[in-house]
Design a protein around this ligand. Structure first.
Ligand SMILES: Cc1cc2nc3c(=O)[nH]c(=O)nc-3n(C[C@H](O)[C@H](O)[C@H](O)COP(=O)(O)OP(=O)(O)OC[C@H]3O[C@@H](n4cnc5c(N)ncnc54)[C@H](O)[C@@H]3O)c2cc1C
Ligand SMILES: NC(=O)c1ccc[n+]([C@@H]2O[C@H](COP(=O)([O-])OP(=O)(O)OC[C@H]3O[C@@H](n4cnc5c(N)ncnc54)[C@H](O)[C@@H]3O)[C@@H](O)[C@H]2O)c1
Length: 409
């Protein structure tokens, strides 16, 4: 019996681990396009970039784990085609592989900013360990860093660059940072956090071109004509799920590889998880694709059970976290675009310690704890209750004296 996992990121590695933990004694082949063994990406924009965590800490397993667990790791190899009828995966430069079950954990890739000068040295993305290695070299000595995109990559990189002492300008086409996910009210918390540290935001503009001389970046020209001097530009304008194999194989794709709540694709022997999977979510009641660490971790483990034919409903409440300067936060839930009608704060956002809730018709759709800890179980219970149609008492929700645990009952 051979289970093939395409994509040796966190989701793929956790699926391999989950298979062995569940007692699977057949062959596991884990195929990765990158030359690094599986690693976690969150440290790349935080501890590793800040210089506070060693590079090695990012790896999911130590190198010996793979042979010790009889996981065949093929690195630096791209799976280039998939034939579900023949149960075969084509690998660049290798013989085709015939699988019994296949897991697609191909993750996502950065959207590219295609403007003149995009190939100048100094224009950077941040997705892979080599990307991070380059920034670890470039950012600490940089005088001026321009960040394009005020999403998660942009803000975490801005925080690291400011902490290293660079002048930082963040260019965002929208009117506030993280607005698509957090809405206007909470976006202002992040704008304030960065402004208080001296970050300069330029909203409502994009990049017209990167300029430089001798092949090196010298400035970033914005769509309004402003020219910003730059030693380094970091582009974080979102990702695209790596669905190519699924598309060529004729699997259903809908903003990612479409899977049911058991992580099964439209082919009964092929599963998908992590960033690339668009899951029919039983709690949220619609198809969603979650681009965050905990979904790769838990989705990988869940996919292992799915591959083994165990009954599975992947119903984790979407969750993510960030760390920027002295702000640490966790977020749980899901708010469709324009899908909330009020934000309730428990605690004072100005004071830096609070929980924010997004509501629709009195139902909690999502909650975010900022520098307040050990409340995730209660927040997730409120989100489950909200999506089940239960409204909450808003005055009590806003009152820090009322235990959150009392509200979800
Ligand atoms: C810098 C950075 C910081 C982050 N910080 C956080 C954070 O603080 N909190 C949080 O919740 N999330 C964070 N994330 C998001 C999180 O890292 C991702 O959600 C997670 O990496 C997804 O894991 P994955 O295994 O599904 O996909 P990926 O990590 O994208 O891994 C997929 C792997 O598959 C490989 N692959 C793709 N196609 C093929 C193919 N055809 N053949 C072979 N291999 C292939 C890719 O090369 C890649 O190595 C961060 C992301 C980045 C980039
Ligand atoms: N803490 C975390 O959870 C975390 C941290 C880092 C990265 N990530 C993940 O990594 C992936 C990439 O992150 P990201 O920040 O690139 O994506 P993102 O989707 O979070 O943010 C992209 C931002 O770029 C802006 N933008 C898009 N095109 C632009 C343009 N041409 N000019 C200026 N602004 C533009 C968007 O409006 C948006 O604000 C995402 O999946 C994200 O979830 C997560």
């Amino acid at each position: 019996m051979l289970f093939v996992i395409v994509g040796a990121g966190l989701a793929g590695a956790k699926a391999a681990e989950g298979l062995r933990e569940a007692g699977f004694d057949g062959r596991i082949l884990l195929i990765g396009e990158e030359v690094e063994r599986p690693y976690e990406r969150p440290p790349l924009s935080k501890g590793y970039l800040l210089g506070s965590e060693p590079r090695e800490k990012a790896y999911v397993h130590d190198a010996e784990w793979y042979p010790s667990n009889d996981v065949e790791l093929k690195l630096g190899v791209r799976a280039s085609d998939l034939d579900p009828a023949a149960h075969t995966v084509l690998l660049d430069g290798h013989a085709p592989v015939r699988y019994d079950k296949l897991l697609l954990a191909t993750g996502s890739r950065p959207r590219l900013l295609q403007v003149p000068g995009a190939d100048l040295a100094g224009v950077r993305y941040l997705r892979t360990l080599p990307d991070a290695d380059a920034l670890v070299k470039a950012v600490p000595g940089a005088g001026q860093v321009v960040v394009i995109g005020a999403g998660w990559i942009g803000l975490e990189t801005a925080a690291a660059a400011r902490t290293h002492g660079a002048d930082v300008t963040v260019v965002e086409q929208d009117s506030a940072p993280l607005r698509r996910v957090l809405g206007d009210e909470v976006a202002q918390v992040f704008a304030g956090l960065h402004r208080a540290r001296g970050v300069d935001f330029r909203f409502g503009v994009g990049v017209r071109e990167f300029r430089g001389s001798g092949g090196r970046l010298g400035s970033v020209v914005l769509t309004d004509g402003t020219e910003l001097p730059a030693d380094v530009a970091v582009v974080g304008i979102g990702i695209q799920p790596a669905t190519e194999l699924a598309v060529t194989a004729g699997l259903a794709v809908d903003n990612g590889i479409a899977v049911d709540a058991g992580l099964r694709t439209s082919d009964p022997d092929i599963y998908a998880c992590g960033d690339v999977a668009s899951v029919e979510h039983p709690v949220i009641g619609r198809r969603i694709r979650v681009e965050h660490w905990s979904n790769a971790l838990n989705g990988g483990k869940a996919a292992a059970l799915a591959l083994l034919g165990r009954p599975l409903t992947y119903d984790r409440v979407p969750y993510f976290f960030t760390d920027q300067y002295d702000l640490g936060m966790e977020y749980a839930g899901f708010v469709p675009a324009g899908g909330y009608d009020s934000v309730v704060f428990r605690g004072d956002p100005e004071g830096g310690e609070f929980v924010a809730f997004w509501l629709s018709g009195g139902r909690v759709l999502a909650g975010m704890n900022v520098n307040v800890w050990d409340v995730q179980d209660q927040i997730q219970a409120l989100v489950r209750a909200g999506y089940a149609g239960k409204a909450v008492d808003v005055a009590r929700l806003a009152d820090p004296a009322v235990p959150l645990g009392d509200l979800a009952d």
